[in-house]
Every structure is written in structure tokens, then in C-alpha cells.
Design a protein around this ligand. Structure first.
Ligand code: GLC
Length: 419
């Protein structure tokens, strides 16, 4: 069963050993704060249902849940023909949502590759009627629209390859065979992804269930050798990543002493499931974004497109609503980190330099907000329109009087200039 991921401590001295500073490598990531995760592959075809039975779990784990033999699952590739795939629409949606990077499943646990690989024909170009390199089209469109391209790559679980971890129904796991798989399959494919698709922001490794420390280290070093500024996710395993990966949909209670990223779903599945309608609200996800950034983290929010290449309208609607809020309040998110106040009821703070952004989730009827704040406030205003906010500060406590104007019921941000 999948491990529950704890936040793994990341050695902050890694980049220093390799010439780049950790701050340089993480710069774009800290500026971005909000990214789009895309889980897309053969699992979108069954969409959670196999021979009439619905999986209770996440859609992209269907092959594992039903222990579908490779010989039965692999022919799905002959049905993969997403005639409605429109890469410009996908990237434009991410941009409109205020997401600054896109991470797509280049190879997920089922082993199917969404990119042209010389290492295996089990890929979208060679094995499907679609015959197009999805990762290439996405990388080119991201470059055109100014988003950072990133790849998810399952380096440990591979239910198609006999050397991969996780397929106990067709194969018997063997560590030597796994190490050979890493050396002669994973490393060449990671090299393809970091050679053929332009500048890549991050390789999102996942589920380090069996990978030994040496192989985690070698993969991280390979990524940094091929593209020195490319980040490695914490799930490369053995604390060899460049930042910490939180568990799925998990937001740390408190700051974790470094950079982290929370991968999250809009409903309950990563890969498309026809019957998963448990959609989170845009308000809830905006609060999650603010909460995560208030602790120095990034929010990687997922969509699972259908087999035809359509992002569910419920996902589109919510992402666009988040983008509306970010167009007004993005200054309090992008390039910001933890503020001085943590985890207060209905309040969060983010900060950039001397400016503290106070996020008010529950507007008080009398417009009065009180909070502990040691830093001396010089100016207070509504981020949404610059309107002045009255304030008094005594003995490290700040009292704000919000103006009697229409405020944002989801999150009203007060911009506090300190110093
Ligand atoms: C877990 C799941 C995987 C999914 C990932 C997203 O690792 O095993 O299917 O891609 O979470 O964070």
C-alpha cells in the first residue's frame, strides 16, 4: 500500500556541493508557488471501472487495484486517441488559473510513456493511434506561454517492466533486476526528458518504495548534471531531493524548516474517474493555497483529463475562479513565504521583504481585526484596491479597522508595510 509521506528533511547543502546555490535552484519555484499537476495516461480509458467493477481507489492505480496482467492492460494503448486534446487550451487554462508551472505524468506507475522514448515502444508515439508526443507539444506550448515545464516520472514503481517495483502478479521483485532497471531504463529515460524537451523546472519523482539510497543519489545527480537548475522532488527518495514533498493532499501543521510542495486533487482522484464527483470548492482550495504559502510551500493542484483529452468542466470552473482571485491578490502569493503569524484562527500571513500580507478568511462584522505583530507597521491598505486601513499598534499587538466597503468574503488581504 502507498506509504504516507512525511515531510522528509532535505539536505540544504546539496546545491552548494554542485555549484548552484540552493536559492538559485529554488528561485523560480518560490516565485511560482502555484502549479498545475496533470495525471493523464491509459488509465483515463477505463476511468475507474474495469470489467464492470469500479475501483474504490484513485483512478491511475486501476491496474494495481485489479492486478490486471500486463498482457491485458497494455492493449489499452491501441485505444488511446484523444481527439479533443488541445494543448493550447490546457496551458491557457493553467495561465488563467494563475498557475506558473505544469507537471505532467511523463511515465506513471503503469509504465506507459507520454513521450517518444527510444528505450521502449510502450509510448504514446509508437504504441497508440494518436501517435503524437504529448510531452513535446506541452513543453513547446509552455515555452510559448511562459510557464515552466516539469515532468512527473515514476522511478520506482513500474507495473509494466519486469525490473520495476509493484507488479507482484506478473513478476517477482528482485533488487538486482531493479538496479539494472534504474541504470538501463530509468536513467536513459530521465536523460531523454532532460535532453529533448528544453529547459525543465523539476523532475517529480514518486513513491520511493524500494529504491536504495545510492540510486536516489545517482538520479538526483543525473538531473543536476543534465540541467543544473532543474529541481528534484523529495520523492526521489532517501532525502536526496531539493525540496520536501508533502503527502498527498497534506498540508503540514507548521513550517517544516525549508521548501515543500503539497500535491493535491480537486476531487479525490489523480487520474480521471467517471464517477468521482467529490469536487472541492474554489474557496476551500484558495484557503489551502494561502495556508501552504504561509508556511513556505507550493501548491501543485491536479487535473485528470478524460481519454478524449478533455479536462473536466468542474475542474476548469474552479481553476478559473482561483485565477480571478489571484489576478487581484497574486502579489500576496507569488514570491512570498511565511509571514510572522502562523495558524491563527481564520487568519494567515504571507510575507515578501518588509511587506506582510494579512489574509482574512472570516470578515468580522465590526470590521475590527486584532493580531500579535512585533514588526512596526508603517502603512496598512487593502490589496484589492489600495484603500487605506485604519490601524493602531501597541506593545506588539495590532488593531485594524477595515473600511466599510465591499470586501472579499473568500479572503480579504491587507497589505502591511513594516520597517
Ligand atoms: C501517490 C500515488 C500516485 C500519484 C501521486 C500524486 O504517489 O501513488 O498515483 O501520482 O500520489 O502525488
Amino acid at each position: 500500500m502507498p506509504h504516507e509521506y512525511d515531510i522528509v528533511p532535505i539536505p540544504q547543502n546539496r546545491a552548494a556541493r554542485e555549484g548552484a546555490s540552493q536559492a538559485e535552484r529554488l528561485h523560480w519555484f518560490r516565485e511560482a508557488r502555484f502549479g498545475l499537476f496533470i495525471h493523464w495516461g491509459l488509465y483515463a480509458i477505463p476511468a475507474g471501472i474495469w470489467k464492470g467493477e469500479e475501483t474504490a481507489g484513485i483512478g491511475e492505480w486501476l491496474m494495481h487495484r485489479f492486478q490486471i496482467p500486463v498482457a491485458e492492460y497494455e492493449p489499452l494503448a491501441q485505444q488511446f486517441n484523444p481527439v479533443k486534446f488541445n494543448v493550447r487550451e490546457w496551458v491557457s487554462l493553467a495561465k488563467a488559473a494563475g498557475q506558473k508551472y505544469i507537471t505532467i505524468t511523463a511515465k506513471h506507475h503503469d509504465g506507459f510513456c507520454l513521450f517518444k522514448s527510444a528505450v521502449t515502444n510502450y509510448n504514446v508515439v509508437d504504441a497508440t493511434p494518436f501517435g503524437r508526443d504529448v510531452c513535446k507539444e506541452l513543453a513547446d506550448e509552455c515555452a510559448r506561454q511562459g510557464l515552466t515545464m516539469c515532468f512527473y516520472y515514476s522511478q520506482d514503481q513500474d507495473w509494466h517492466h519486469p525490473g520495476g517495483y509493484g507488479n507482484t502478479w506478473d513478476y517477482t521483485y528482485d533488487l538486482d533486476a531493479f538496479i539494472d532497471y534504474v541504470d538501463h531504463y530509468v536513467k536513459p529515460q530521465v536523460t531523454e526528458l532532460l535532453t529533448n524537451y528544453g529547459p525543465i523546472g523539476l523532475i517529480w519523482f514518486d513513491t520511493p518504495y524500494s529504491i536504495p539510497e545510492q540510486q536516489s543519489e545517482e538520479l538526483a545527480e543525473l538531473v543536476h548534471r543534465l540541467q543544473p537548475n532543474c529541481l528534484v522532488s523529495g520523492r526521489v527518495g532517501n532525502a536526496k531531493g531539493d525540496y520536501a514533498s508533502a503527502g498527498d493532499n497534506l498540508i503540514p501543521e507548521a513550517m517544516v524548516g525549508g521548501d515543500f510542495e503539497t500535491p493535491a486533487t480537486i476531487n479525490d482522484t489523480w487520474g480521471y474517474k467517471v464517477n468521482d464527483h467529490n469536487w472541492k470548492s474554489a474557496e476551500d482550495m484558495l484557503h489551502k493555497l494561502v495556508d501552504i504559502v504561509s508556511k513556505n510551500g507550493n501548491y501543485l493542484l491536479n487535473v485528470g483529463p478524460t481519454a478524449e483529452g478533455v479536462i473536466p468542466p468542474e475542474s476548469v470552473e474552479r481553476l478559473l475562479a482561483m485565477g480571478d482571485w489571484l489576478r487581484v491578490n497574486g502579489e500576496s502569493i507569488y514570491g512570498c513565504g511565511a509571514g510572522p503569524l502562523q495558524n491563527a484562527e481564520g487568519l494567515r500571513t504571507t510575507q515578501k521583504g518588509d511587506v506582510v500580507y494579512l489574509h482574512i478568511f472570516n470578515l468580522p462584522a465590526d470590521g475590527v481585526v486584532k493580531l500579535p505583530l512585533a514588526a512596526k507597521v508603517k502603512e496598512a491598505s487593502l490589496l484589492m484596491n489600495g484603500a487605506a486601513v485604519g490601524f493602531k499598534q501597541r506593545c506588539g499587538r495590532l488593531t485594524l479597522q477595515l473600511p466599510a466597503v465591499e470586501l472579499d468574503p473568500v479572503d480579504t488581504v491587507v497589505r502591511l508595510v513594516t520597517g
